[in-house]
Design a protein around this ligand. Structure first.
Ligand SMILES: Nc1ncnc2c1ncn2[C@@H]1O[C@H](COP(=O)(O)OP(=O)(O)OP(=O)(O)O)[C@@H](O)[C@H]1O
Length: 637
């Protein structure tokens, strides 16, 4: 406990000396009861039952009973006195906390702090009870032992003193370790509290490993603190054994010696009663109560009473953390910027990559070799469920191959360097509550200049949406955006990142073919940028300068024209894809049937302009949908 907290505590108690005195007086009754715990049975035996005077024995037992009743009355009064001591402490702490909470208008902090006040109040009450009880019980028992036979003090006193001394010696180091454990526990709880609600963000940004590492460090810190605490707690158990249990053994072992020196049988039984009924439970409560609650109270009180200072320190600490965080992000960023400079290594290289979702499952990717030069534009095609997303997950480092190596711009996957060089835009675009600028600049540690934001939005076709939302400073309500609009936000965000390799995993599937084309061309034209697109339209594959056809565990790789000749699967895929009609003046709406058949419609073709009916040129596709802003569709069949 710090000197400041100690002196405040002394002042607090001195100002309430009357309550302390009242508490002491009522506690004397407890001492009386403790005295009778051993003395009455001793007299009942020696002067009563063993002397053949059962009446006297019963009378002494009756006295012990009265002692218990008086002790119980005293304990009830003690509780009232403890309340008179504890409640003012609570009031003072609450006053402090509320004053500070109101000043800062921080309701979250206020509720957290008032909860700590309750902990402080309860812990303080517990401490007053156990330490007071130990003192008065010990006095009662020692006086009782002395009255029965001073020799008994010789047997019980030394181990009791040794136990208490050992306990006192461990108090401070134990409190420090308890505090270290609490701090580590809270740090972990804080971190998990922040991470768990944001798990989607973590996955969306591919930060699992970094977060796992970070949380792992906190888990290790708490584990270390718990081990150290446990080691010191062994000494606490030793002090209990020495002070409470050893006297019992000594009394029994020394019984013949004591009896030979005039100690009566009743006195021996009385001494055992003192140790087992009073001293041991009181010491047990003291060791556990003071050992655990004492350090908890120290921590809570220090926080509550010096929170202003701590807040300042906390602020500085946060700034320091921010600064070091900034430094780390600056480092990552400069690594990423460097990645944009012309690279000698290929943008992507896979050699002998094999991956299966489970040890017993068939591999989704098997022995795949692929080299993609920097600046290339690759389309990955294949039937549904063939492994296209799995491949992007492998390249992004979200999945680990069981065999083979993957490198992104010469950096092994997974690694932070490879992570900084790629950005994955999944089909399910993620938009979070915040401003448009927050969302778009999410992959950038440096503030993105507004002109750059606008240019990126324009490049990927998000311009009209940005305007409708109210510009970069406007707040985004994710639920109010259509899936297509969310994809536009995700595309602009990825476009702004410094990662040169963009992985679009059906990231434009909710956009119309023209919006998709615009976005893909924008990514392909990023200076030094390499693009891998999981294509769901033939137009997308035709735009790419290379196509990877996935066909079970086999693959074919080449240009569109080459593959039309060599890959029957590619020919089939091209045949089943619907050609995109020439662009009309009014925006078109593209629908895709569950079987992957496209249908294209124009608003106004049927319906009221927002609700349209689309007739598919292939098969009998019929669907109606709501043409939201930005041309996206919520389809009802
Ligand atoms: N987490 C997973 N656990 C087990 N199997 C999975 C998991 N994710 C995908 N698969 C299986 O792996 C195979 C390849 O899936 P993947 O999503 O990579 O295919 P895809 O070609 O991207 O499909 P689509 O075009 O429909 O998105 C499928 O059979 C799928 O069921």
């Amino acid at each position: 406990m710090s000197a400041g907290t100690r002196s405040r505590g002394t002042r607090f108690l001195r100002a309430r000396w009357r309550v302390v005195l009242r508490l002491a007086c009522w506690s004397v009754l407890e001492t009386g009861q403790t005295f009778l715990t051993g003395y009455a049975p001793a007299r009942a035996l020696d002067a009563g039952f063993l002397a053949g005077r059962a009446g006297v024995g019963l009378a002494w037992l009756g006295v012990a009973g009265i002692g218990v009743l008086l002790g119980a009355y005293g304990t009830a009064r003690v509780y009232a006195a403890v309340a008179a001591l504890v409640e003012p402490l609570r009031d003072r702490l609450v006053e402090r906390v509320v004053r500070r909470g109101v000043r800062k208008a921080d309701r979250g902090a206020l509720s957290g702090l008032t909860q700590q006040v309750e902990i402080a109040r309860d812990t303080f009450a517990g401490l007053v009870m156990v330490s007071r009880s130990f003192v008065f019980t010990a006095v009662g028992a020692l006086v009782g032992l002395f009255s029965l036979a001073p020799l008994l003090l010789l047997v019980v006193g030394p181990p009791l003193l040794a136990g208490v001394a050992l306990f006192a010696a461990t108090l401070r180091p134990l409190a420090r370790r308890q505090e270290a454990f609490l701090v580590a526990d809270e740090a972990l709880a804080d971190r998990l509290g922040a991470v768990c609600p944001g798990l989607r963000d973590v996955t969306a940004t591919g930060a699992e490993e970094r977060i796992a590492e970070d949380c792992g460090r906190l888990v290790d810190a708490e584990f270390g603190a718990a081990r150290s605490l446990a080691r010191w707690s062994v000494l606490r158990v030793a002090s209990l054994a020495a002070g409470g249990q050893l006297p019992i053994v000594l009394l029994l072992a020394a019984a013949p010696w004591l009896l030979a020196r005039g100690v009566t049988t009743g006195a021996l039984v009385g001494a055992l009663a003192y140790v087992t009924q009073s001293l041991l439970p009181a010491l047990h409560n003291l060791v556990h109560g003071l050992g655990t609650s004492g350090s908890r109270l120290t921590v809570v009180l220090r926080r509550l009473t010096s929170a202003d200072a701590e807040n300042m320190e906390g602020g500085e600490e946060a700034t320091r953390r921010d600064e070091s965080g900034d430094a780390a992000s600056r480092q990552r960023e400069s690594a990423a910027r460097r990645a944009f400079t012309p690279a000698v290594a290929p943008a992507l290289s896979l050699s002998g990559v094999t991956f299966a979702y489970g040890p017993a499952s068939a591999p989704v990717v098997e022995g795949l070799d692929l080299v993609l030069a920097a600046g290339a534009h690759l389309a990955v095609v294949g039937p549904s469920g063939i492994g296209k997303s799995t491949l992007t997950g492998l390249v992004a480092g979200l999945l680990r191959p069981s065999e083979g190596q993957i490198e992104v711009y010469g950096e092994p996957v997974p690694s932070a360097a490879a992570e900084a060089r790629r950005v994955l835009i999944p089909q399910e675009a993620y938009v979070f509550s915040g401003t448009v600028a927050d969302n778009l600049g999410h992959f950038r540690a440096d503030p993105v200049p507004e002109a750059e934001l606008l240019a990126a939005a324009e490049a990927v076709g998000m311009g009209p949406l940005l305007e409708r939302l109210g510009g970069p400073g406007a707040l985004v309500e994710p639920a109010a955006l259509s899936v297509g609009e969310r994809q536009l936000v995700a595309l602009a965000r990825a476009y702004l990142s410094y990662a040169p390799l963009a992985l679009l995993d059906e990231a434009t599937c909710h956009l119309d073919p023209w919006a998709e084309e615009r976005a893909e061309r924008a990514f392909a034209a990023r200076p030094g940028g390499t693009l891998v697109v999981v294509a769901h339209r033939i137009s997308s594959a035709r735009r790419a300068d290379r196509v990877l056809v996935m066909d079970g565990t086999g693959t074919a790789f080449g240009t569109h024209d080459e593959l039309l000749h060599v890959s029957p699967l590619y020919r089939d895929l091209v045949g089943s894809w619907t050609p995109v009609p020439a662009r009309r003046s009014e925006p078109a709406l593209a629908l895709r049937d569950a079987d992957g058949v496209d249908a294209v419609a124009r608003p106004g073709l049927a319906g009221d302009g927002r609700h349209v009916v689309a007739h598919g040129p292939v098969g009998q596709v019929q669907a109606s949908g709501d043409l939201g802003d930005g041309g996206s569709l919520r389809r009802q069949r």
